[in-house]
Ligand binder design. Structure first.
Ligand code: ADP
Ligand code: MG
Length: 348
């Protein structure tokens, strides 16, 4: 018979499934900010303003002057698996040029907060406001607003107390948010990015299209002036190009977080790339010190998987060893050319 002591297997109800799925996208305020800033950039914004209250736990506001949405688009945008960015798996396989494509961020954020989208398309006659609480759309109506989109997220995890309990101190959450906003500000020097915490401006980039001036706005003049550019565009390796800025070996921090890496404009955590950048200094950094670096990899989209994780933070390269070697060589050559490191003793 079927009678035994093994545990019963049940199908989870839809609300539980959705909360679990939302938790994979939205881990903390910084993950909300990441998704909202990506959406602003995908909407071709030239200005993005990010403001958080209490580390983002109480409030997150992301304003852009991008292409905005009409009323029906705004209604759809907060629904499950809705996107304007890909049509099907073939589009994804071919490689996506937008930062988003999963169509789940706004829905996932709205499932675990109170979310308000205010938006007006370019040339549109009027704006729309959509409010969602815990996944339920509670209001859709006209709104007076400028062209572009503003998303406000309040009371994150108000309906997922277990998750709310595990948030860190507001200052720690604010640091995580700052790291995300910094990443996008550096990846998009042609976008004017402003970051505020509790009403105080932390940094603002000019949006005038120059990486060094963006670095100066976020890390300060001293760091920016210690950096030398990397620009290897005809290399022999899997990458089509490696570019960016890397610091003098004496301009360092105790944490590797200032080695920012980007794959086709996407801010990612790529351990192999970070290690290669550090490796390029050939042991000429003080122990446990890390340089400042902003490194962009130009990759054929068919040789990298950006869909490894719902938060799209990790990427996987087809030829990781090749990428590692190429980054290390390119960065090392720039540091040598600029006279910032000594050449290593020939091996063998
Ligand atoms: P994805 O970015 O993966 O498409 P999202 O849930 O983040 O999924 O957004 C859903 C859709 O809402 C987007 O495809 C886009 O059409 C629209 N959208 C979201 N944010 C903005 C914005 N800031 N400006 C214009 N359109 C937006
Ligand atoms: Mg998105």
């Amino acid at each position: 018979t079927d009678e035994d002591d093994s545990p019963a297997i049940r199908e989870l109800d839809a609300t539980t499934v959705e909360r679990i799925a939302a938790g994979e996208v939205v881990e903390r305020p910084a993950s909300v900010v990441k998704e909202l800033v990506e959406n602003a950039i995908d909407a071709d914004a030239s200005r993005v303003r990010v403001a958080v209250e209490n580390g983002g736990i109480d409030g997150i506001r992301v304003e852009d002057d991008g292409h905005g949405m009409g009323e029906s688009a705004a209604r759809r945008a907060v629904e499950k698996h809705t996107t304007s960015k890909i049509r099907d798996i073939d589009d994804l396989e071919a490689g996506v040029s937008t930062l988003g494509f999963r169509g789940e961020a706004l829905y996932a954020i709205a499932a675990v907060s109170r979310l308000t989208v205010t938006t007006k398309p370019h040339g549109g006659a009027r704006g729309t406001e959509v409010r969602v609480e815990g996944g339920e759309t509670t209001h859709v109506g006209p709104a007076g607003c400028p062209e572009g989109t503003t998303v406000v997220v309040e009371d994150l995890f108000y309906n997922v107390p277990a998750r709310r309990k595990y948030l860190k101190q507001p200052t720690t959450e604010a640091d995580h948010v700052q790291r995300v906003v910094t990443g996008y500000a550096l990846a998009n020097p042609d976008v004017a990015v402003t970051f505020e915490t509790d009403g105080r401006e932390r940094f603002a980039t000019t949006g005038r299209g120059d990486l060094r001036s963006a670095v100066m706005s976020v890390y300060g003049r001293e760091v920016a002036s210690s950096m030398t550019s990397v620009d290897a565009d005809a290399p022999d390796g899997p990458l089509a190009g490696v570019s960016g800025l890397v610091s003098h070996p004496e301009t360092t921090r105790a944490s590797p977080e200032y080695v920012a890496t980007f794959v086709d404009g996407r801010w990612v955590t790529a351990r192999a790339v970070r290690e290669a950048v550090v490796g390029a200094y050939g042991g000429q950094l003080a122990p446990d010190r890390y340089p400042f670096a902003v490194v962009f990899l130009d990759v054929d989209p068919a040789t990298v998987d950006v869909n490894v994780h719902p938060r799209k933070l990790e990427v996987r390269f087809e030829d990781e060893q090749g990428v590692r070697a190429q980054v290390e060589t390119s960065v090392e050559r720039s540091l040598l050319d600029a006279g910032l490191i000594r050449s290593r003793a020939p091996r063998g």
